[in-house]
Write a protein that binds this ligand. Structure first.
Ligand SMILES: C[S@@+](CC[C@H](N)C(=O)[O-])C[C@H]1O[C@@H](n2cnc3c(N)ncnc32)[C@H](O)[C@@H]1O
Ligand code: SF4
Length: 440
């Protein structure tokens, strides 16, 4: 068996980066402007995913590096909604005949919008973009404080069937240590309201590796979540240290996260949940929903709003990207000044040639419960995955994956190293672009 050290990335920390898409936005660059009508003309447009991004939150949690701002007033929010409406009209005109089969409203915190603005956004999806809300899976992200009764009613009336709520922990001190303004009482009230409105799918996000958290307090949070019988639970390893005073070495922090992960996984499996990916667990009785994980090989995604990405088979594009509060605010301000013609072109993104498309296919299927179907890969690309990427054999040799009847699946040891295996499969070109990206 070759030593694991021959692949240093695989033998380092299991917590290198969360790969929910490939390539990461930090590999995007300015590119020659192309019209959306030209970009989409050769794409299948009869089963698209619509994503709308709302970059507003009531608080900036210490761990979060999503594209969102707390620096907004009603006037700013109204301008944002107006701009998004303009963008939708223009994008729809460029795309022509389309059919949306899934819709997600994410952020940030979409329910941070005042109710009239939230309704306007749902109307953009339905009336402007033509997404048949009554007939398709719709997922909306909420936070406990903003999941008010009137907003939940509005969402239910618009046929939203999946609510995803960030809880992080059921222990006040753990949450507060991340500068997240939230009490467990608030969380329980929000979960009770969500249940009362009868959303078919409730997803709950929890984080492990928080300051002061132990395996016992972690399991307490999971058990508290289970009382609300969520159809889905996401267990996120913490990636950004919220406080520097933790006094732990990287190695010790890795060990704690790994112990929490294993204990959490075992508890959820014992409670009747299936592991869908390293982070996602689904109740046995729950149906597959609009969760992004099921879209992994669907290349057609139309993103609206500042910070949203759009995917065709060969081009991923968006507008500029940042994590720094000031930069995010200025990118949104710039978005508000775009005239309609600016929404008709893509000039910032990443072009996926055949090899990158193959990597994307392998990465996204291998890191989910579906596994890499080598026959489907051959049908799509006309070649063999293990011949194109001999390094995959390494996963088998090290018991991180098994190959049975053309299906390459991660083992338990592989799943818990998903955040190392993912980056290990990035191309040199993507790794170089990501490392050269200066974080704003
Ligand atoms: C868009 S938020 C969910 C909705 C809402 N904004 C909220 O926080 O309640 C996405 C989720 O990503 C997770 N997350 C964000 N940054 C993270 C980090 N640095 N480490 C671990 N999980 C993180 C959190 O669990 C969070 O709930
Ligand atoms: S975790 Fe949610 S509420 Fe907190 S900053 Fe990120 S998106 Fe906003």
């Amino acid at each position: 068996m070759p030593p694991l050290l021959s692949s240093p990335r695989l033998s380092q920390s299991p917590y290198q980066s969360y790969v929910y898409s490939y390539p990461h936005k930090s590999a995007y660059r300015p590119c020659p402007a192309r019209s959306l009508s030209e970009i989409w003309s050769t794409e299948k447009r009869d089963a698209l995913f619509l994503y709308i991004h709302i970059p507003f939150c009531e608080m900036r949690c210490g761990f979060c590096n999503l594209f969102t701002t707390v620096n907004h007033n009603d006037e700013f929010v109204n301008q944002y909604v107006n701009t998004l409406q303009r963008q939708a009209h223009r994008v729809k005109a460029e795309l022509g005949e389309t059919q949306f089969v899934r819709f997600a409203l994410g952020g940030g915190t979409p329910t941070q919008l005042p109710i009239a603005a939230l309704e306007a956004i749902l109307n953009v999806a339905e009336s402007t973009m033509g997404a048949p809300l009554k007939d398709i899976p719709i997922s909306v992200e909420v936070s406990p404080e903003t999941a008010t009764a009137e907003k939940l009613r509005l969402l239910r009336d618009h046929h939203v069937d999946r609510i995803s709520i960030g809880v992080q922990s059921f222990i006040d001190a753990e949450v507060l240590a991340t500068q997240r303004r939230q009490t467990t009482t608030q969380v329980q009230a929000a979960l009770t309201r969500i249940r009362a409105y009868g959303f078919p799918t409730l997803n709950l996000d929890l984080i492990y590796g928080l300051p002061g958290q132990t395996v016992d307090t972690w399991l307490y949070s999971i058990r508290s979540a289970l009382q609300f019988q969520p159809q889905e639970i996401y267990l996120y390893p913490l990636y950004v240290r919220p406080l520097t005073g933790l006094g732990l070495s990287d190695r010790e922090w890795d060990d704690i996260r790994l112990a929490c992960y294993r204990a959490g996984r075992d508890l959820l499996q014992a409670e009747g949940y299936t592991q869908v990916s390293m982070r996602m667990f689904r109740a046995h009785h729950a149906r597959e929903t609009s969760s992004p994980v099921y879209c992994c090989q669907a290349d057609g995604m139309v993103g609206l709003g500042c910070g949203a990405r759009s995917y065709t088979r060969s081009l991923h594009y968006s507008n500029d990207y940042a994590v720094n509060a000031k930069e995010i605010r200025s990118i949104i301000e710039q978005y508000l000044t775009y005239d309609d013609s600016a929404f008709a072109v893509a000039d910032y993104g990443f072009e996926l040639h055949q090899e990158e498309q193959q990597r994307r296919f392998i990465l996204l299927s291998l890191l989910s419960e579906q596994g890499l179907n080598c026959a489907a890969y051959r049908d799509r690309f006309g070649s063999q995955a293990l011949t194109d990427f001999p390094q995959l054999q390494h996963l088998i040799d090290h018991h991180l994956a098994t190959l049975q009847t053309n299906l390459l699946m991660l083992t338990q040891a592989g799943i818990e190293r998903s955040d190392a295996i993912g980056p290990w499969l990035f191309s040199n070109h993507v790794q170089m672009l990501m490392s050269q990206y200066t974080l704003k």
